[in-house]
Design a protein around this ligand. Structure first.
Ligand code: OAD
Length: 255
């Protein structure tokens, strides 16, 4: 297990409000590729965006241009995610909720592995890849196996269905973003785990927490734009670092 600075554990043990932001690195050890920087270094070829162009696959323009291509890419990812199981990082965060009942978990991940591990109600900033919605009216639509079109169509208005995820250039759902900003601003401790801290507005949350006096703990084997501003940096993989943090917290008897 990773080693944890005792002062970071102390900050967590005495915090009234804890906010955690997770990114793709937290699901990496479940076998889901990150978008940037695999665990083996920033120059490693692991990130999805080193192999695929986000402009071709994860923008409204790409969907308008070639809906079948975008749909099939999301089907591939959905299949990958459906076979993945929560790893010790997801489980440690679910455990952390028991020590810190005020904990608010914010995730950029669309894989729903936090819920699978037992986290109560993560704020899914970038949506949920398991759901589809109408591209015209936005309502969530249950899958219909009889509709084999690529992509399938909305049963109400006939518009194309799209995955319920946020694409580049799209706004986040305001109620989810507002809740995340509030959780960041009121946190005593803010943990950023497995995120490159490059994509806004999620990347700004740690900054807002820090500006309001929160202790910032970063968990990432690689350096990010947040690293220099974090009070504590656990330069390790999320599974071992989060398990160590929760273990150390349990030994203080607190949270
Ligand atoms: P990224 O793929 O940008 O960054 C993943 C981060 O996880 C990197 O900083 C890695 O160093 C780190 N990492 C890799 N393996 C790790 C491990 N085992 N434990 C801990 N950290 C590890 O993922 P996000 O920051 O989540 O958005 O990316 C933000 C958004 O950019 C995503 O939600 C997605 C993407 O484009 C959209 O699709 C809109």
């Amino acid at each position: 297990m990773a080693s944890v600075p005792p002062a970071a554990v102390e900050a967590l043990a005495t915090a009234e409000r804890v906010t955690v932001l997770t990114g793709a690195g937290v699901s990496a050890e479940s076998g889901i590729p990150t978008f940037r920087d695999g665990p083996d270094g920033p120059d490693g070829p692991d990130g999805l965006w080193a192999r695929y162009d986000p402009a071709e696959l994860a923008t409204p323009e790409a969907f308008a241009r070639d809906p079948g291509l975008v749909w099939r890419w999301y089907e591939w990812r959905r299949d990958l995610v459906s076979r993945a199981r929560p790893n010790p990082a997801h489980r440690a965060l679910a455990d952390l909720e028991r020590y810190c009942p005020s904990l608010i978990l914010i995730t950029q991940n669309v894989d729903a592995l936090h819920q699978a591990a037992g986290s109560r109600a993560p704020l899914q900033l970038h949506g949920n890849i398991h759901r589809n919605r109408c591209s015209r009216e936005g309502m969530l639509i249950e899958p219909d196996a009889a509709d084999t079109r690529v992509p399938p169509a909305c049963p109400h208005c006939g518009a194309r269905l799209r995955p319920d995820v946020v694409w580049f250039g799209e706004p986040l759902r305001s109620e989810v973003l507002d809740a995340a900003v509030e959780a960041a601003r009121t946190a005593d401790v803010f943990i950023a785990a497995g995120t490159s801290s490059l994509v806004h507005p999620a990347a700004g949350l740690a900054e807002q927490a820090g500006a309001n006096g929160a202790t910032i703990i970063e968990i990432n084997p690689n350096v990010t734009p947040l690293t220099g501003r974090a009070h504590y940096v656990l330069a390790a993989r999320a599974a071992s670092a989060l398990a160590a943090l929760v273990q150390a917290l349990s030994e203080t008897g607190g949270g």
